[in-house]
Every structure is written in C-alpha cells, then in structure tokens.
Design a protein around this ligand. Structure first.
Ligand SMILES: C[S@@+](CC[C@H](N)C(=O)[O-])C[C@H]1O[C@@H](n2cnc3c(N)ncnc32)[C@H](O)[C@@H]1O
Length: 495
C-alpha cells in the first residue's frame, strides 16, 4: 500500500516537472520572446550547488525567496530542504508562475493551494517583497542589458541609483541585499561581466559594504542551453567578512580560467605615476576617416591588430580601418592640419609614447620612440612624463605577473573571456615592480626585443618576461602561463 502511495505522490511531481520543461521548450522555440524575458533556465546541478551553500544549516521553515522564479527550479529544490510552506517566488510570466505553484503543490499536498498562491506571485521581482526579510535569496534573474530594458520611464538601474546601463541581473543582486537579514545569504546567477563591468561597480561596492562573498562558482564554458553567455554565482553572506574588494572580483574566477594567482601590491607605484594613459573615441575615429589612405611613406595609423608585444606590423600585415582594407593606412597630416578639427589632437599624439592594443591574448604594446605614429580607436596611448621611461613602461607591459593581474582583474569584460582587455584607466592603475635593478635590465631587453626580428625577438621577449617576472617576484607558473599565451601571438594566424 505504502509503495502505491509513493508512486501516486511521485506522479504529480513528474507531471508538473514535465509541464515546466514543456513551458521552457516552448520559450526556447520562441527565441525572440525568450531573449526579451531573459528566460534561460538553470541546470539542476547548479541549482543544487547554490542551495548547498545558500541554505547550509538552515532549519526547516526558514524563509527562502527566488525573485525571478520561472517555472520554479530553485523553488522546488529549496522546498525539498526547507519545506513548501517556506519558499517564496515571483515572476512576470504568469504561465511559469502557475507551473511553479503546481509543482510546489505536488511536492506537499498538505499546504493549501491558496497559501502557495500567496507565496508565489506574478509580480516584478524588483518591486515585490518590500519590507520582507528572508534567510536566503536564490535564483537566476534575467540578464538584460539596460539598453534593451529601457522604456519610456527610467531603467531599474537608475531607479535604484545605479548606472543606467547596469545589467538587470546586477540590479536584482543589489535589490536582494535588502531582502535578507543579518547572516542571510544572497546567491544569484550572474553574467561573468558582473566581475569587472564598470556599471556593476556600485553593486560590487554594495556587496562589500554589506558582507562578503563566501563561495563562488563559475564556468569557463557556457552552461545555459541556448546562450553563449558565461556565468558565475557569487554567494554573498550579509554581515560576513572580510569584505570582498569590489575591484578584484575577477580574482575569484581566475583559477577557473587557468590564470595563475598573482598578488601585486601597489606599494611601488602605478603606471599612472610615470605616464598619462589615454583612449580616443568616436570623434577621433570618424574625424580621421577622410584623411586616411594607403601610403607606405605616410604617417602610420596604428590599429589594434597591428600591435604585437614589442612589435608593430604596420606595412607588413594588412589591416582594416572604418571597414576598409589597408596595407599601410596613413594619415594625410597636411590635409588634417588644414582642416583644423583634429590638428590639436594629432599634435598631442605625435610624441614619444607607447601604443597599447585594448585587447589581446596578453597585453600587447609597442614603443613609438620618434613620436611618428597615430593611434586608431581603440588603441591606447601611454605618454611618459619623461621619455627616458619608454622602455621601462614597455617592460611593465611584458611582465607576466602584470598581465596575469590584468587578465584576472578585468576578466569577463573582453569580447572573449580568454582575452585580456584593459582600458586607459586600468592601464594607469597597473602596478610598477619593486625591484628596480631587474626592471632596468628588463627595459634594456624589451628595447632589444623591439629592435630584433624573428627568432631573436622571440628569445629576447622570453628573456624580458623572465627578468620582469623576477622584478615583480612572480612565480615560475606565471612565467609559463604568459609564455604559452604570449608566444601564441607570434603565430601569423592570430592578431
Ligand atoms: C533566467 S530565467 C530564470 C528562471 C528560474 N529562476 C530558473 O533558474 O530556472 C529568468 C526569469 O526571470 C523572469 N523575469 C524577467 N524580468 C523579471 C522581473 N522584473 N521580475 C520577475 N521576474 C522576471 C523571466 O520571466 C524568467 O522566467
């Protein structure tokens, strides 16, 4: 008899779980609708990983919330730990909410359906639950760049005093910090960009103010069906310490991406102490278009693709600028000056400097000793206060501990997670080495590397990297990591 009871009880659970799958598959077919709602559902193993941390030690009956619950994957799994009467959820999708309610009813038929309906509601998760306190908030809120979410009114981000471009998922994280009491846990799936995106900065700062990340999950591969977005889960415990540095969340994910651990104290100063780091923008990009032509004897226009570590491939490799192919893109300086609009800009850039590709497998920079080249957006210019520092700065960009530090710190902001992306501001914040003697040696080697060619240059680059690893007291592991990545850029097919 008892066995019969159990299978009868198992049936509604299976039936309602199937309804959830059917609902999700329906959404998967309506790809546009799914993207609009940000409805990509969480794999069961990840749900269990989150609950193992967020609900650890919670007694039955401890209140738990999923503010964007969809068809209830987190709610059902949480109900098996704290009881159906303790789980709460909201979603804008009424059909998904109906399925979540049915699944919970099937989990425990003793809880009245009206009670479940009051706990799991069709509502905006950013608005509902004001004044409530939960022991844990879990889930996988929608990832929607605010540009797509902005309607006639204000975006959620601006409503909460965050940047207008803050992803909805980070706005949910911010909101949910208010919905747990002391020692409560917020564990929400986030896009990897939350680690370093500038617009998520205030959310990371709020996490540091309120508690600490006590566990962290991330995957170097996509785990959600139907989207290539990489994800992570920072498990935030309110009231816990020590606070997680809002500028260093990337370090949490670095091991998953094979980036060696580097702790670089900024005691010896930063690049910004020696040089001004600048990015150019659309005015320069579009302003240059009428003045650029192919001319191997002209003033080189340097695109990111032409910069390799300590090497400029201008004139020896083809490139593109403003959607046109060029063999040797050059700026007609006479015409540019006659026009006047970018004359001041060109004069400011035509000085001894370092040009840095904004993104690459390693930090890619080259010295323009004569001050004869112009950067094309998004190439960064590093102009030393004293030109004697040019090669020392190049050596810093070739230092494996610096590159690993940048790769970890700015993880998730690049086009591909494997690439190292730096902005002008981030470049200025890169630390200088503690060991001045090794640094001077590295600068000499970097200079020789840029002047050499072929195998000699590769040898000298490796030697520079070895000496600069020592200058930062870095490990052999970080040197090996850089060599693997740095030398891959020497192959002709990558740029
Ligand atoms: C990525 S799905 C996650 C569903 C569920 N948490 C899971 O992991 O399977 C995101 C859900 O957020 C819902 N959603 C979008 N905007 C919302 C909002 N402002 N408030 C509540 N739910 C929202 C969508 O309808 C969708 O069901």
């Amino acid at each position: 008899m008892q066995g019969g009871d159990q299978s009868a009880r198992a049936d509604p659970r299976e039936r309602t779980a199937a309804a959830a799958r059917a609902h999700e598959q329906g959404l998967a077919v309506q790809r546009e609708e799914r993207r609009r709602r940000g409805a990509f559902y969480t794999p069961p193993e990840l749900v269990e990983w989150v609950l193992d941390r967020a609900l650890a030690g919670l007694p039955a009956g401890a209140p738990v919330l999923d503010p964007a619950c969809g068809a209830g994957h987190f709610l059902v799994a949480a109900a098996r730990r704290v009881g159906v009467a303790a789980v709460h959820g909201s979603d804008l999708d009424a059909e998904a909410v109906a399925i979540a309610r049915e699944r919970l009813a099937a989990e425990d038929p003793s809880v009245p359906p009206e009670q479940i309906a009051a706990q799991v509601v069709v509502a905006d998760g950013l608005e509902a639950w004001a004044g409530r306190r939960f022991a844990a908030v879990v889930g996988n809120p929608p990832f929607l760049g605010q540009l797509r979410r902005r309607t006639a009114g204000q975006s959620e981000g601006s409503r909460r005093g965050l940047g207008a471009y803050t992803d909805t998922s980070a706005v949910f994280l911010h909101r949910c910090l208010d919905l747990v009491g002391d020692d409560g846990v917020v564990a929400l799936v986030q896009p990897l960009s939350v680690l370093a995106a500038r617009d998520a900065g205030p959310v990371r700062a709020a996490v540091a103010e309120r508690g600490a990340i006590t566990d962290f999950w991330c995957s170097p591969r996509p785990v959600f069906d139907g989207t290539p977005v990489l994800t992570c889960v920072p498990v935030v415990r309110v009231g816990a310490g020590p606070a997680t540095d809002p500028d260093d969340w990337g370090a949490l994910a670095a091991p998953s991406f094979g980036i060696p651990d580097t702790h670089l104290p900024a005691r010896s100063g930063v690049v910004g102490d020696l040089a001004t780091c600048t990015a150019d923008f659309r005015d320069q990009y579009y302003g240059l278009v009428p003045f650029v032509h192919d001319d191997p004897a002209g003033t080189p226009l340097v695109t990111s693709g032409l910069i390799d570590p300590a090497e400029l491939r201008w004139g020896s490799a083809p490139t593109r600028f403003a959607r046109q192919p060029y063999d040797a893109p050059s700026v007609d300086l006479a015409a540019l000056r006659a026009d006047g609009r970018l004359a001041g800009w060109a004069d400011a850039r035509l000085v001894p400097k370092l040009l840095v590709a904004a993104q690459g497998r390693v930090v890619e920079a080259v010295v323009d000793e004569a001050g004869a080249w112009l950067p094309s957006v998004p190439v960064l210019s590093v102009v030393p206060h004293d030109p004697a520092d040019l090669w020392r700065l190049l050596a810093v960009t070739l230092a494996p501990p610096v590159v690993a530090h940048a790769a970890a710190r700015y993880l998730g902001t690049g086009l591909t997670p494997g690439s190292v992306k730096v902005s002008a501001r981030q470049l200025a914040a890169l630390p200088l080495p503690a060991d001045g003697t090794a640094w001077a040696e590295g600068a000499g080697l970097a200079q020789r590397a840029q002047r050499a060619a072929g195998a000699d240059r590769t040898e000298l680059l490796l030697e520079t990297a070895r000496v600069m690893t020592a200058a930062y007291r870095g490990s052999r592991e970080v040197l090996a990591w850089w060599s693997h990545r740095g030398l891959a850029t020497q192959l002709p097919e990558s740029s």
